[in-house]
Each structure stands twice: as structure tokens, then as C-alpha cells.
Design a protein around this ligand. Structure first.
Ligand SMILES: [Zn+2]
Length: 358
């Protein structure tokens, strides 16, 4: 039963299919929820009726529980037709985790954007006995303590490879604007960036549906981070640009997100996300009247203590906001030994607000 919350409408309320069970959300479009072993306890996958085959969108994390759900689905509700295409929105392990396994099991090609596939392939091969020195230097520069650095060293290098089933060598490339025929309906690939390098969403104008992956979520904010792979990146700039592009889709689109529940109110949600980031930028800029390390910016951004297992993500997220300010001339970096500090260039200049109307 429909529910309205914070300006968004959830047509199915907070009802959700049980783990591993299917629920039809639109003609030929099935919602499949899979468990996650994180504080975020689930991911939504989508199954599309391709006529003579199934199209799977995202695969779940590489865990025995999720593989068991897939085996039961393939032997049960999906048994009449083969899985013919496996589409993965982006390289994060909850989305790509079982893609290689499922692709081999079903003899089905993997469809991804080039940026996401290549990054996933690189990361699955990036295993080393020790954490690279430039990675440790990156986090030391952000203000991590020696103990925090030692803990990262002890955890080792290659976590991604351990968490993802072996990927196929080849894939089929998705590009922004590509149209896929799925069961007689046309779905357009809409690429976004900022949460991951080349994230694919799928838009079906005819059915008024958007499979949004992690690019738009109704109740949680997608992680937007700077990583040691690209220390000077501006992912928040990419992210805000991508949100502006998604705003071009019709407001009445039913959004099928990778986490939380399907919702209506795409533009409203984009407004909320933009406002949230700009509020954070304002608080951050105000705090930089005194030079601060990245970790010393956490109170402005998160307003709470950061747990040890959140430290890396919080650092990446804080860096993304700082990089946005630096790129736009609102802040500057001072290096003192191996540690970097950020200072507002003029604390009195307010950070610009988004001007786009909804
Ligand atoms: Zn993600």
C-alpha cells in the first residue's frame, strides 16, 4: 500500500520481497532482494523479461547464502527460460560479486561499461602481501594516526579480489545512450559518475522506469569518495553533474534503486541530495577558517564519531568535499611534512548554492 515519506511516494510502501523471492513491480520487471553481510543488510536486483530469456541486473555479493538463492531461483521460478544477459551497474562487490559465477553457470555474457569492467578486473588482480606505500602515505596525509595506519597494514591488500567471484576475461560494453531491446521494450543506458567511474542506469521511457543502481537512492546517501587510485579526483563534481543529468528524466518515473524501496519523486530526491551536499560544503568551508586535516573535518561532515571500520569511507567522503572546494578556489591545501591541511581561501565567501530549479 502506497506510503508518502519526506516528499517521496513509495507505491508498495515499505513492503519488500523476502530474500531470494521475486515480486513483480511492473509488467515484465521483477524485484529480487538479496542479503548483504554489512550494516546495509540488503541489495535490490532486477530481473527483466527478455522474451525468450531473462536479463539479470546486478548479482549480489559473493557469498554462499546468495549463491544458494540463485540456485533455487534458476531451478524454480526462472527455470523455463535461460538467463541470457547479465548486466552489472557498477564494480562494487554487492553488485558484481557473483557476476562471474553466474555468467559461467548460465553461459551468459556480462554487460558493463568499460570503466566499471576494467576497474573490476584490475582490482581482482591487485593482490599483494603488503599494503602499497603510496596508499599508506595517502591516508597518513589525511591525518590518520600511526595506530590507524598500522591497522590498515595488518589488514593486508587485496580485499576486493577475495570478495568477488572470478570475472570473465571478456564482456560486452555498454555506453551512455545505448538502447537495449529487452522483451520488445527499449531501455536506454544512462551513465553517471562520482559514486563509481562509469555507473550504468537503465531507463525505459515507455514503461516510465529507471533502474538507478546506486546513482539515486531514496533514503540513504551514496558514498562519494576520493581514493588513492586517483588522489586529485573531483568525484563530488562528477556526482553533482550526474544528478543534474538524471533530472532530465521525467519526474513521474518509477525509480528502482539498488537499496531501500522503489519510489516516485525523482526530482524531489535529486533536490534533497544536492541540498545535503551543499549543506555539508557550507559547514566544511566555515570550519576551514583554521587549517585542518581531513580527519579533523569529520565533525562538520558527519556530526558524530567515526567508528574504526568507517574510517576509510569517511576519509574518502571528506576528501571528496574538500576537493570540490579546492577545485573551485574556495579552499587551498598546505602540506606540512607528510600531512596535508586544508584552509578556506576566504572564509567569508559563501559556498555557491545550486541554481538549477527542479
Ligand atoms: Zn555502489
Amino acid at each position: 500500500m502506497p506510503l508518502e515519506r519526506r516528499g517521496l511516494v513509495y507505491p508498495y510502501g515499505m513492503a519488500r520481497p523476502a530474500d531470494g523471492a521475486l515480486a513483480e513491480v511492473a509488467e515484465g520487471v521483477w524485484w529480487l532482494r538479496m542479503p548483504l553481510p554489512f550494516s546495509l543488510d540488503h541489495i535490490n536486483l532486477w530481473l527483466l523479461d527478455g522474451g525468450d530469456h531473462w536479463v539479470v541486473v546486478d548479482t549480489g555479493v559473493n557469498s554462499p547464502a546468495v549463491a544458494d538463492h540463485w540456485r533455487a531461483l534458476l531451478a524454480g521460478p526462472l527455470a523455463g527460460r535461460p538467463v541470457g544477459r547479465i548486466l552489472v551497474t557498477h564494480y562494487h562487490p554487492d553488485h558484481i560479486g557473483l557476476a562471474g559465477w553466474l555468467s559461467r553457470k548460465c553461459q551468459a555474457p556480462l554487460l558493463m561499461t568499460r570503466g566499471e569492467f576494467m576497474l573490476a578486473r584490475v582490482l581482482t588482480l591487485d593482490v599483494a602481501p603488503e599494503v602499497p606505500a603510496d596508499v599508506l602515505a595517502f591516508y597518513a596525509a589525511a591525518g590518520w594516526s600511526e595506530e590507524q595506519i598500522r591497522r590498515m597494514e595488518a589488514a593486508g591488500w587485496g580485499r576486493f579480489a577475495r570478495g568477488v567471484s572470478r570475472l570473465p576475461t571478456g564482456y560486452q560494453r555498454l555506453r551512455d545512450g545505448d538502447r537495449l531491446d529487452i522483451g520488445g521494450r527499449s531501455w536506454t543506458v544512462v551513465v553517471g559518475s562520482g559514486h563509481s567511474p562509469e555507473h550504468a542506469c537503465l531507463h525505459c521511457p515507455e514503461a516510465g522506469l529507471l533502474i538507478s543502481g546506486d546513482q539515486v537512492l531514496p533514503r540513504i546517501t551514496s558514498n562519494v569518495s576520493v581514493y588513492p587510485t586517483e588522489p586529485e579526483a573531483d568525484p563530488l563534481g562528477d556526482w553533482l553533474d550526474s544528478l543534474a543529468r538524471l533530472r532530465e528524466l521525467p519526474e513521474e518515473t518509477l525509480v528502482l534503486p539498488a537499496h531501500n524501496e522503489p519510489f516516485l519523486g525523482l526530482h524531489r530526491r535529486i533536490d534533497q541530495l544536492e541540498r545535503d551536499h551543499h549543506d555539508k560544503l557550507d559547514r566544511l568551508a566555515a570550519m576551514l577558517a583554521e587549517p585542518r586535516t581531513v580527519t579533523a573535518c569529520f565533525p562538520a561532515l558527519f556530526g558524530r564519531a567515526i567508528a574504526t571500520d568507517e574510517l576509510q569511507m569517511a576519509t574518502g567522503e571528506a576528501l571528496a568535499h574538500l576537493a570540490w572546494l579546492v577545485r573551485r578556489g574556495r579552499a587551498e591545501v598546505e602540506a606540512e611534512g607528510s600531512v596535508r591541511r586544508y584552509r578556506a581561501r576566504d572564509a567569508r565567501v559563501p559556498v555557491s548554492r545550486p541554481t538549477a530549479a527542479s
